[in-house]
Design a protein around this ligand. Sequence first.
Ligand code: AMP
Ligand code: ZN
Ligand code: FE
Ligand code: FE
Length: 281
Amino acid sequence: MPRIDLHTHTTASDGSLSPTDLVQLAKQQGVAALAITDHDSVQGLPEAIAAGALTGVAIIPGIEISCLYEEIELHILGYFINQDDPRLKEALTHYVSSREDRNPKIIERLRQLDCDLSYDEVKDFAGSATVGRPHIAQILVRKGYVHSVAEAFDRYLADGAAAYVGRVLPSESDAIALIRDVGGVAVLAHPIYASRLNGPFHNLCSRLKSYGLIGLETIYSSHTVQQTDRFRSIAREHGLLITGGSDFHGASKPDILVGTGFGGLHVPADLLEPLQEFSFR
Ligand code: AMP
Ligand code: ZN
Ligand code: FE
Ligand code: FE
């Protein structure tokens, strides 16, 4: 069964490869279909679709939207979205401005913690991308304040760490409604993060399903075999589709490769058709 990858980031958000380079790498890795799911951005989609047409990799237009569920940050993936829908553009403008409020505050806290960096430096580094914490993390590594992106998150940037600043996020129902409004299919990303933080994961699934969630990202780079099995049975119980992806970012998560994750990831191509069917409903 050919492999697919339904969760990847480009330079349109906090990935390090351009859409074209990512699609070419996916081709080399034997990935038959690739979803581009940048954080709060659809800017990478036109270039990815063009590169897909040249290389023969099927491109699924996607997005990853951060939202808040009972004070926990969840990420909802949207597939087969209409990237030109004005409601999407309008919502993304708000999400980007909430990041622009937050990022200088993170920098300010870092400066108070004796890390000498400026927001201009971060923006230069990110280029035209949606600035995210991984950009800040990479600057901290480059300047020698930490050894790795992981250490930057642990010490400074993760929720609860020394320089963490939250941002205004849409609710989980708003995020799912937006994806549905623009013709997309909503899937809960990396459920392991949600189940670790939350009490009853079943309640979360029921709630999200009632708002229109279609799938659960059961196959994921950092899921163990046991976790994958657990989410597979939870998906079945709740009538959710099984999906999967690597969450490839390139340089900020150098051990994760597109298509194969940490090496053992395999998302079978036959998971795609049921997902696509929902985009026609
Ligand atoms: P932001 O979009 O600025 O909220 O940053 C969120 C992104 O940071 C996530 O999608 C991950 O790519 C990355 N991230 C979050 N926590 C960690 C962590 N502990 N280590 C490495 N990367 C992380
Ligand atoms: Zn990311
Ligand atoms: Fe995510
Ligand atoms: Fe992601």
